[in-house]
Structure formats: C-alpha cells, structure tokens
Write a protein that binds this ligand. Structure first.
Ligand code: UD1
Length: 417
C-alpha cells in the first residue's frame, strides 16, 4: 500500500506541465474501438484508469500499446462484445464502452460499472437513450445483455439532465447508426467537444458538440487517426488550489485557458492573480486569500463538481466564510473529515458546506476516500504545518499522473513511500 508523506508549508514556485485530460482520454480510447485501422492518441496521461481502458480494448480484440504518453490502438479485429466483470468494477467510466461496442458490433454484455463512491450513480439515462436507438436490453442478475435485432438507428433523444457520460455514450452509439440522431439538453463539457473532434477527424459527422443540441448523421465506417488529448482542466484547478494555499507563484504550461472559465472566476474572487496566453497560465496566490461568498457546482460552463474538493481545501485557509453547495453528486464531501482532522473548520448540512477560514492547517494522518477528495487532502498537506501522511493514494493515481514528481519540481516536500 503506497502513501504520500508531505512536509507542508513550502511555497510552490516554477513551471508545472499540465497532463492530458483523463475525462477526455477515456471516452476517446473507447471511441477508438469504432475505427478501422490505427488510432494514435498523444498526450494520454499515465493513469490506472487509462490502463483499465486499454485492458478493456484488449479484451475486445484490439491491439493496444502505450509508449510514454502515446497510446496506439488497432481495432481491425474487434470480435468480443463482453466486458469482463473485474474490468467493469474498476472504474465508473467503463460504461462508455457500451455505446462503442453497440456501434461497432451491435451487441454488448456487461455488468453495472463500479465506483459508487460519490453516492448513487444511475445509468438510466444511458439505457433509455439506447432503447430509443433500437437496443434491446435484457437484465439478469446484474448483467446487462444488449442486442440490436433490427440494427442501430438514429433517434431524437432528450436528456432529463445533461449527463456527461450519457452524452458521450449516445455520440459513440450514433456515429455509425443508420440515419440522424438529434440530442437535446446534451452536456456541454469541453471533453465532449474533444471526443466529437476526434470522431469527426475519423470520418464521423457530428455538429453542435459543446452546445445543448447535437446532430449526428450516421456514417458507414470510421478510420483511425492521430489525435492529441486536450489538457486536464481539473488537474489545472488542483495545482491552482495548491499554489493558492501555499502562497506561491507558478506557470502552468500546456493548459487550455479557454476551458477554465467557471474555475478562474472563483480564483479571481479568492484574490488570486493570473495572466494567460493560449496555453500558458501565470498564476499567483491571493495575499491574503479571500473566502468566496457562494460556490455552487453545476454542469459546464459553471463551476465543476470535480474541482469542488480541491478548491474547498484552499478556502479552509481563506479570510472569511465560504458557502459551497454541491448539486451534482449526493456524497461529495467525504474529504471534509480529513480536512477537519488537519484543523479546518467546516460544517456540513445536506449538500451544503460552510467553510470558516482558519489561519493555517496542521499535518495529520489522513486517507484518500475518492479521486478528487484525495486530491483535496494532497493539496491541503502541501500547505499544512508539519508532516502529513496521506494513505489510500491509489484513488489519486486514477486521475493524477506522477503528481509527486511535478510537485517536487516546484518546491513541494513530498515523497511516495
Ligand atoms: C462525468 C465525469 C466526472 C464528473 C461528472 C460530472 C468522466 C469520466 N467523468 O461523470 O468526473 O464528476 O461527469 O461533471 O468524464 N445521472 C443520472 N442518470 C444517468 C446518468 C447520470 O441520474 O443515467 C446523474 C448522476 O447521478 C449525477 C449527474 O447525473 O447526479 C451527473 O452525472 P454525469 O454527468 O453522468 O457524470 P458522469 O458521466 O458519471
């Protein structure tokens, strides 16, 4: 079992390269299953979730190879439409292989995806949409068997909620379905645009990705291409929180500042300073750091739920009281216990957290409970006085590529043991 040991309180200063986005890499890896020939995905982060996606591709009959941050996938001989239960359980995102399998083979068998750490995470919207596209779904002892007796066809689909995963699954299933799919109330996250850009580069006909209505005209086949995964905006928000908390000053290299709107507004309210060019963000901590009056997580372009835990860490040491409302997931305050153990003053009522800023946090032994909650404790440990021991870091390895290496390069006291 690995852990991070941190000697906190060191200012972060220097350049931080930003990794490729996990939430973009995973659906694009799944999309590679649809393509004939080879896809070469650059800027792919080295993460346990990416390795799991590669194992799913391999189990379906693809050849998958990762060298450095480049993954090549050959999907010429996809033959197997059953995803092994162990792989389904390893990550929630395994569900987005359903749309790709259906698009490629017209059939798919899988269990429910694992990872319910943020509360109940239903897939009803995914299944409803597939049914509208001609998929017959039979459930037996928790295993979903999907078939398309009359082929997959386009449909008019309205999502009750702009689910990111459901939007991706519908794109994956519709690009080679017969006819047109019109998706309304679609998720507008930048990672949806990245997926659509990759698919279009492979020959798909998708219009409107990034807007609420997306039009997909089904095509006969797709051909693999070389594509660069977009930078990770949640990882960017994590390092901004760490810099804000430690009073530092960094340059984030290779980030996409246009996708950071809802996030940068919050750091501005916290009194942090930044200037940006196309792919570089120069950022200095607010002195002092200010509380934010009201922070509400919402679908893009508002403030993302994935950035809530890490920003909460920074607010723990801001001047004044911040109110945070979590509207996306019901159980996304699990990091609060660890933060309070480090001296934070946070009260939770239902989906709201009231954070009273304290002068500083102190080191403690804490455990990562989920991916972004773990990142929140990592950020807190970098600024806390004394030693923090952070355990259960396999959660963090699902989304952060060698965080201790890049943090040490900007002056943090952190080792992996
Ligand atoms: C994706 C992201 C995750 C992020 C989340 C919200 C990936 C790999 N994961 O997850 O990091 O936190 O978006 O931005 O990109 N819902 C239903 N029924 C469904 C599907 C979703 O009720 O069929 C609800 C969920 O319970 C939740 C909300 O919709 O309350 C948002 O979920 P969704 O956008 O689907 O999140 P994910 O795609 O799972």
């Amino acid at each position: 079992m690995q852990k991070f040991v941190m000697q906190g309180g060191k200012k972060l200063e220097g350049d931080i390269p930003v990794q490729g986005a996990k939430n973009s890499a995973l659906p694009i890896l799944s999309a590679a299953l649809l393509c004939e020939g080879e896809s070469i995905l650059e800027n792919c982060p080295k993460l346990s979730d990416v390795y799991t996606a590669c194992r799913i591709l391999t189990s379906a009959g693809c050849q998958c190879n990762m060298q450095g941050h480049t993954v090549s996938i050959r999907a010429d001989s996809v033959s197997h439409s059953e995803i092994p239960e162990t792989l389904m359980q390893e990550m929630r995102s395994s569900i987005i292989f359903m749309g790709a399998m259906l698009g490629r083979l017209g059939t798919c068998t899988m269990g429910y995806p694992g990872g319910c750490e943020l509360g109940s995470r239903p897939i009803d919207l995914h299944l409803q949409a597939f049914r509208r596209m001609g998929v017959k779904i039979h459930e037996h002892h928790g295993i979903l068997s999907c078939t398309t007796p009359n082929g997959l066809h386009g449909a008019k689909i309205h999502l009750q909620f702009p689910s990111v995963g459901a939007t991706e699954n519908i794109l994956l299933a519709s690009v080679m379905a017969k006819g047109e799919t019109i998706l309304t109330n679609a998720a507008r996250e930048p990672e949806i645009i990245d997926l659509a850009n990759y698919l279009n580069r492979c020959g798909a006909k998708i219009r409107g990705a990034g807007c609420s209505t997306i039009y997909v005209q089904g095509v006969q086949k797709l051909k693999g291409c070389t594509y660069r995964i977009m930078p990770d905006r949640i990882v960017t928000a994590t390092w901004l929180s760490a810099v804000a908390m430690t009073g530092g000053n960094v340059r984030l290299i290779g980030t996409d500042t246009t996708s950071l709107e809802g996030i940068l507004d919050v750091f501005e309210e916290m009194n942090c300073r930044f200037s940006r060019s196309e792919n570089t963000l120069c950022f200095s901590a607010g002195k002092p750091l200010h509380a934010v009056r009201y922070l509400k997580t919402m679908p893009y372009p508002s403030f993302p739920t994935d950035a809530q835990p890490v920003v909460m860490s920074a607010l723990c040491v801001a001047d004044g009281t911040s109110l945070i409302e979590e509207t996306i997931f019901e159980n996304r305050f699990r990091h609060v216990e660890g933060l309070c153990r480090m001296g934070a003053d946070i009260q939770i009522t239902g989906r709201a957290a009231v954070v009273h800023g304290v002068h500083r946090l102190h080191g403690a032994q804490v455990s990562a409970t989920d991916l972004r909650g773990g990142a929140a404790l990592l950020v807190a440990g970098l600024s806390a006085e004394g030693e923090t021991i952070l355990t259960e870091i396999s959660h963090i390895d699902r989304g952060y590529d060698s965080p201790e290496v890049l943090l040490r390069n900007v002056g943090a006291g952190i080792v992996r043991i």
